[in-house]
Design a protein around this ligand. Structure first.
Ligand code: CO
Length: 478
């Protein structure tokens, strides 16, 4: 038998786990007691920072996200901290000017981000260029990972993703991640995709990120591992499964085999710092116990449900779980509950008209709202601004070019508003110095670069936070 394939685990308990199951509400103090233990495990990385964690820190938890990152870094001396970055959108919903993107990446790297996982909702590589370059140039030499945002459509075969992966590698990415945010990637499709990526990318590591939303999760990881995937993203048991990642301990147990049966197991989950050692499942037990307690606290304090039903229908609608419940509410409020099925039927049609964007923040909300308008007022009688922006190219190239006649006749958008190259628009976006001047104008003197970046990303929320913590002369004490 050949040597078993060595697989590593990236742990999501500090980010996607509680984002998926507990509305991103985990506080730093609930993480702290376990950081030293997590650091000892031998994970490939610990994901701990991203758009929602940054936003909820300021909005709900009264924590400075930069300060949280500093504390994480101080306690995680061996394991790289990973963040999720939306390319030219950074952590927000709009495109930022290049200097804001560069400044943000530089600052995040300085504060201790060791792995930048960078994606664009439309898989438009032009939206990734500035962020990737900035991360590659950071003096701390972080790992730069490019993402394939996975989706299903008539124009998204595995070959399209392989081509995109090669482009990302050519741009200098150190590793490639298949980002399957809605859990759409089926086991045998994953086997084919990973096989093709491994054949094309040579030594470049391939990582797989999925969710258990449709119920595929663990099975998809097994087939991906059989095809040679290098890293899989898992969450410790209390924050795993349902709409979150497959469970870390379960995956470890699968590859341990059994003392009582002699069977060949094709892979082994190794310690990322010493590949001669396997990951120690027993060492995870006390950590999981702690986070089970944290989960109970979060459910109690924020009135959360803490679990979600597995929903294989996501494969047909491709509406991420959280969004499905939002749409149901919107229909209810509009007194159109009986139109639920119409809305589900309308989604794929709108997505086709918009050039088959993958449905991930912010494209999922944009397509969903357009579909709701169509069901409520008749097809394209009215259209939200964001939908017009999407089809006229403001957020970049859609996977399939949107039909011109649809843009100018159906949606009545003047032809001169169609954007061929959105980087021209990005160049007109607010600069770092302009954001800084705005804060000072509002009376917060001497803001740090970090304050300016928080404000650029979430202006109202950051301003409220500054008001609470402002100390004359030093802006506020960090
Ligand atoms: Co995810």
């Amino acid at each position: 038998m050949a040597e078993p394939k060595k697989v590593k685990i990236m742990e999501t308990v500090l980010r996607d786990g509680h984002q998926s199951l507990c509305a991103t509400r985990m506080r730093y103090r609930q993480m702290e007691p376990m950081l030293a233990s997590l650091d000892e495990i031998g994970y490939k990385a610990l994901e701990a920072w991203g758009g929602a964690t940054f936003d909820t820190c300021l909005r709900f938890l009264d924590e400075d996200p930069w300060e949280r990152l500093d504390k994480l870094k101080a306690n995680l001396k061996k394991t790289p901290i990973q963040m999720l970055l939306r390319g030219q959108n950074l952590l927000g919903y709009n495109h930022y000017s290049n200097d804001v993107v560069e400044k943000f990446v530089k600052c995040a790297s300085k504060h201790g981000i060791g792995v930048f996982r960078i994606f664009d909702a439309l898989n438009d590589v032009n939206n990734l260029r500035v962020a990737i370059k900035a991360a590659l140039e950071a003096p701390e030499k972080p790992e730069v990972q490019g993402c394939l945002v996975y989706t299903i459509s008539p124009v998204h075969g595995n070959d399209v993703f392989v081509k995109l992966a090669k482009e990302l590698k050519d741009m200098g990415c150190h590793s490639i991640c298949i980002k399957d945010m809605s859990g759409l990637l089926a086991p045998y499709i994953a086997y084919d995709l990973v096989t093709k990526l491994k054949a094309e990318l040579g030594d470049t590591p391939v990582e797989l990120h999925t969710h258990c939303t449709s119920g595929f999760g663990h099975a998809t990881y097994i087939k991906a591992i059989e095809a040679g995937v290098d890293i899989i993203d898992c969450a410790l048991s209390p924050f795993s499964c349902d709409t979150s990642q497959p469970c870390t301990e379960t995956i470890l147990a699968m590859f341990e085999g059994s003392k009582h049966e002699q069977v060949d197991i094709p892979a082994v989950v190794v310690n990322a710092r010493d590949e001669s050692k396997t990951l120690d499942r027993q060492a995870l037990t006390p950590i999981a116990k702690h986070f089970l307690g944290v989960k109970k606290e979060l459910i109690e304090e924020f009135g959360l449900k803490g679990y979600f039903d597995v929903n294989p229908n996501v494969l047909d609608f491709q509406i991420p779980g959280g969004m499905l419940s939002n749409l149901t509410n919107q229909l209810k409020e509009a007194g159109m509950e009986d139109k639920y099925q119409d809305l589900l039927d309308e989604m794929p049609r709108v997505r086709k008209d918009a050039g088959y964007p993958p449905l991930v923040t912010p494209s999922s909300q944009i397509v969903g709202t357009m579909a709701t308008y169509n069901v409520a007022y008749g097809r394209y009688v009215a259209a939200p601004k964001e939908f017009k922006d999407l089809v006229r190219g403001k957020f970049g190239r859609t996977p399939v070019p949107v039909d011109r006649d649809f843009i100018t006749n159906t949606l009545k958008i003047p032809a001169d508003q169609i954007i061929e190259d959105c980087s021209v628009e990005d160049a007109k976006a607010t600069t770092f110095e302009q954001f800084k001047a705005e804060i000072i104008d509002k009376g917060f003197l001497n803001p740090t670069d970090e304050d300016v970046l928080s404000y650029a990303l979430f202006p109202q929320v950051a301003e409220e936070f500054f008001k609470k913590h402002y100390k004359p002369i030093t802006a506020y004490k960090r």
